[in-house]
Design a protein around this ligand. Sequence first.
Ligand code: ATP
Length: 284
Amino acid sequence: MKRHITEEVQPMEQEREVATGENDGARKIGEVILDLQNISLSFGGVKALTDISFNVREHEIRAIIGPNGAGKSSMINVINGVYHPQKGNIVFRGEQRHSMHPSKVARQGIARTFQNIALFKGMTVLDNIMTGRNTKMHSSFLANAIWWGSARKEEILHRHKVEEVIDFLEIQHIRKTPVGRLPYGLQKRVELARALAAEPDMLLLDEPMAGMNVEEKQDMCRFILDVNEQFGTTIVLIEHDMGVVMDISDRVVVLDYGKKIGDGTPDEVMANPEVIKAYLGTSH
Ligand SMILES: Nc1ncnc2c1ncn2[C@@H]1O[C@H](COP(=O)(O)OP(=O)(O)OP(=O)(O)O)[C@@H](O)[C@H]1O
């Protein structure tokens, strides 16, 4: 199947300047906070990732791209602690690990969204977003059961944070709606809201715009840029829409058949012959 390097959406030029920081003194790309070193991951005979190294800097928007089956989701799952690589190291904020449990990753300030929306469809938007606060809850089971003392204070604090996220993502009008009744684009936004409710330092977004129409993609682009700019959240995203990737990313890493074939600014990877070949030259 041939892949095309430029696709449907041409997001807003103004936001691109914000994203790249060219005209934005407030947004500074910081030190490396996540360093992936020589990661190899296999499933039986299938080599999903082979000796992959790259890093992520604080406050940047880092895209992972590549054709179908290139290993992008596997990479996110390694960062997230869902998959444990056979080889390599992950250094997050100076702490080296070979693998980690997803709940510990969440407590370290890394939140994610999924390629296929993973929300409780029968629950309201508000209740779904509240589940994003799980890692922040401290009250004992007993205190929670009788909603007493610290549990009551905590609940108020969590509700306050959730309401902030609802306002930020402009979903006040659907807060009481069961998620299963919402159009796809809004469900994706609710998933982003749930991840944001955890107040993460780093957000992993697995195809946040998949299946969206042009308008929904533009909205999602704007929210991703706003999250990055206003909260300083570091963002790692997988996205197939090259127009979006090139517009909002600071740096892009390119995978193909589980190997890294490119890494650099959007302009650098667009000019990389191996990348062009992977997208246009070969049928996958
Ligand atoms: N749990 C698993 N068990 C077995 N093989 C897997 C598993 N997860 C991924 N793979 C294989 O690893 C390779 C990389 O898959 P991965 O889903 O990471 O690619 P991708 O770049 O995210 O693809 P897509 O763009 O289609 O989502 C593929 O060959 C896939 O079949």
